[in-house]
Structures are given as C-alpha cells and as structure tokens.
Ligand binder design. Structure first.
Ligand code: URA
Length: 268
C-alpha cells in the first residue's frame, strides 16, 4: 500500500515501466511531478497521481501520464485541467481588504499607516499590485511573484476592476450610457465597461462600475466629471478575484484556482 508522504526516491523502481506513457524528458535532479502538484495545494499525492493518470496534467504544453516524471518547478509551466498552477516554491499570493486611511505602499517616511502594518511579520518581500487611493477601501492583491505583478499592473494586460461607489445626488437614467460612451477628462477620455445602480436613498446613490483603466483617481474623476462626486469608494473585484466577505484590514491566501485564473488573465 502506497503512503502519500513517502520519499520521492521510492518512486524510481515502481515507475520505471511508466516511461513509455509520455515523451516528456525528465529534468536531471528535478522534483517528482506529483510532489510539485501536492505542494502547490492541488491535493494529496494520491489525488495528484490520479490527476496525472487521467491525463489532466501538462508540463510545458505536454500531457504527462507518468507518476514518476521529474520536473523543474522553478522554470517549467505546469497546468492542471489547462490552468497553470503556482509551482515555484516560496511564492505568496494574498487578497487584502484595505481599510480607508491606509497608504498603498510597503512603508511611509511620513509615518502614515501602510499595507505592511496589516500583514504581520512576513519574511517575503511583497509587492502590491496596482494602487488604491488613501481613502479608497477594498480589494488589493499582494504577491512576491514579480512576473505576475508586472503583468497585472501593465496597461496592455489591464484586467477589469469593479468598484462600488457612493455618489451624491439621484443619478439620471442615462448616466451609465454616458460613462460607457466615455467621459472627457484632463488626460483624455475614460470609459466604463459596465455600470449599474445598486441602491438609491435620498440624496445618495450606490453605483457599481467596472473598468479596465488604471489611471490615478480614475473612478472618482469620472463620476465627478459626470456631476456625481464620490463620497465612498470600495473595490470589490480585480479580474477573477473577489473581495467577498473578507473583513477590513484582513488578508487571505488566494486559492490555487484563483492563482490559475490570474495567470490566465495575463497570459501566463
Ligand atoms: N479609482 C479611484 O478613483 N480611486 C481608486 O483608489 C481606484 C480607482
């Protein structure tokens, strides 16, 4: 009976006969594929072996059916069901609910509270992906995966972001159309992908707006230019990641599935 946590070397003997099941070249000194999958959070080694056996695992574009294949998790692209997995050891991906009056920075020489103040003692050097204004709340992603951070922040990969905004005044019926057509700002036109009114009460309206734009203060500037200044702004989604019911000031690890979806959103 196989035990899930036995040493990887034990596999050599047992999986010799598997060699003709795919054409992937073993990486000398590499790590057993099922170990890489298990350590990336896919499941127990037994479950990972089942995925491999079912032909659901790819390494650098090739389906691998051998349990014993040795791979390089630092450099090879490993996918399960077509979604890349975070195989590199030591990578961290966090969703953080930024409270208002917190600076999007890892430190501040003026002594203001920053994101770092909420992350506890972490040894990794994390980057925040994009920025939220000092007063804006909500979802912020943090990682030490430089390539992912770079792509998510780069205009050519600009992923959609969704915000809830509390604005002044009852809003006219055609506000959504104006925002989606494009609003003239000092630095050029900005357009929303989607817009809807969530709630109206007295002289305040709660709206949801989705856009690909990354320009500074973009939501506040668009809504102010349309005649509806923002009194509160919360980011609820970044690409496939949702804020959900994460409490202000709290962070959580992204799931392996969420990380795979982020990779896919930026073509990794
Ligand atoms: N748009 C804004 O106006 N502020 C933010 O923090 C993010 C988007």
């Amino acid at each position: 009976m196989r035990t899930p946590d036995r040493d990887a070397e034990d596999y050599d003997e047992e999986y010799r006969d598997d060699e003709d099941r795919d054409t992937l070249t073993d990486v000398p000194g590499g790590v057993r594929l099922q170990k890489v999958l298990a350590e990336a959070g896919i499941g127990s080694r037994r479950h990972c072996e089942e995925l491999i056996g079912a032909g659901r695992v790819e390494v650098d574009g090739q389906t691998v059916r051998r349990f014993g294949a040795r791979v390089d998790p630092e450099h090879q692209v490993i996918k399960v069901d077509g979604k890349r997995i975070p195989a590199k050891p030591g990578l961290v991906y966090l969703a953080f609910n930024k409270p208002p009056k917190v600076l999007t920075a890892m430190s501040d020489d003026r002594g203001r509270q920053t994101v770092t103040d909420y992350l506890g003692d972490r040894s990794e050097r994390l980057f925040h992906i994009g920025r939220l204004d000092y007063d804006t709340e909500g979802l912020m992603l943090l990682t030490n995966d430089g390539e992912l951070a770079h792509r998510l922040a780069h205009p050519s990969f600009e992923v959609a972001k969704t915000y809830l905004a509390e604005v002044t005044g009852p809003v006219p019926k055609d506000l959504g159309r104006s925002l989606q057509t494009g609003i003239e700002l000092d630095d050029g036109v900005a357009a929303a992908d989607r817009f809807r009114v969530i709630d109206r009460s007295g002289n305040r309206t709660l709206v949801e707006i989705t856009l690909h734009e990354g320009r500074k203060h973009i939501v506040r500037r668009m809504l102010a230019a349309a005649g509806h200044p923002v009194s509160r702004l919360v980011r609820t989604d970044v690409g496939p990641i949702r804020l959900g019911n994460l409490k202000p000031g709290v962070s959580r690890d992204l799931t392996t599935r969420e990380i795979g979806e982020l990779y896919a959103a930026v073509g990794l």
